[in-house]
Design a protein around this ligand. Structure first.
Ligand SMILES: Nc1ncnc2c1ncn2[C@@H]1O[C@H](COP(=O)(O)OP(=O)(O)O)[C@@H](O)[C@H]1O
Ligand SMILES: [Mg+2]
Length: 259
């Protein structure tokens, strides 16, 4: 049974590729309305955790629960439909579409499987389209990208593209959003901006966040709880303060920076 306070339960999950062990008996929880983070050096298994949760990889063993559902081995679309959205480590957007169009694709995807699908495809399609447009505009305002609304994504600075990707995930109106290294490749100002948006997503939109990063700085500022992976195994978990003082964590980070 899933505890009431846990939105997601990742339970004893193992995953391997041929001889490579990507995850070994990894367990952690994401509590309702929390910002939970997974950190670890490159190759630790962070993206693999996301790919298991979003249904792209099938674990060799273990279970993943979301609310009351066992989502292990469920199809990616079904998992998105239950309320889990994600962004990717490398931006995956439609480069030749505008910011607005990119975010609309997220809204349309939700309308496609949601209760409004009838509205959207029926004679009332126009009403559906107006609704979608309003949803997209709200997200654009929230992320403060109004001035880029009609710009093609590929023409935009990297930090703004990352924000658009966040917008497309938000357009699914998820209960849980998975962010894979949202600050990678960003300068300090862009990183501070994205950290602020992650906090707002959690506090204002009441969406739980699972945040992956290899860099501890932003994560220790904004996460409530952190799980640390190294070579596919959990080596620590706890509050940011507990984790940064943990000797295995320090060792893993010092060790990886020597390579
Ligand atoms: N599709 C795949 N095929 C083969 N090996 C993979 C695949 N995905 C991940 N791995 C391996 O699993 C390990 C963990 O990778 P990953 O989850 O991407 O780590 P991280 O995101 O922490 O950098 C690495 O050794 C990686 O090479
Ligand atoms: Mg990764």
């Amino acid at each position: 049974m899933v505890e009431l306070s846990s939105l997601l339960k990742f339970e004893d999950v193992s995953l391997s590729f041929g001889g490579i062990t990507a995850l070994k008996n990894v367990s952690f929880d994401v509590k309702e309305k929390s910002i939970t983070s997974i950190i670890g050096p490159n190759g630790a298994g962070k993206t693999s955790v996301f790919n298991c949760i979003s249904g792209i990889y099938s674990p060799d063993s273990g279970n993943i629960f979301f609310e009351d559902a066992n989502i292990t081995n469920m199809r990616p679309n079904k998992i998105a439909e239950l309320g889990i959205a994600r962004t990717f480590q490398n931006i995956e957007l439609f480069e030749n579409l505008s910011v607005l169009e990119n975010i609309l694709t997220g809204v349309h995807r939700r309308l496609d499987y949601g209760i409004l699908s009838g509205l959207f495809y029926s004679s009332k399609a126009k009403k559906g389209e107006l609704y979608a447009r309003k949803e997209a505009e709200d997200i654009i305002d929230f992320l403060e990208i109004e001035e880029y609304r009609y710009s093609y994504v590929m023409s935009l600075p990297y930090g703004i593209q990352k924000r658009v990707e966040l917008g497309r995930a938000l357009a699914l109106a998820p209960k849980l959003i998975l962010l894979d290294e949202p600050a990678a490749g960003m300068n300090n100002e862009e990183t501070e901006d994205i950290a602020r948006f992650i906090i707002d997503i959690n506090e204002e939109l009441k969406i739980s966040v699972l945040l992956v990063d290899h860099d501890m700085n932003m994560v220790t500022d904004i996460a409530h709880e952190i799980t640390v992976l190294n070579f596919g195994e959990k080596i620590a978990d706890g509050t940011p303060n507990e984790v940064i003082e943990n000797s295995s964590v320090i060792e893993a980070y010092v060790g990886s920076s020597k390579k």
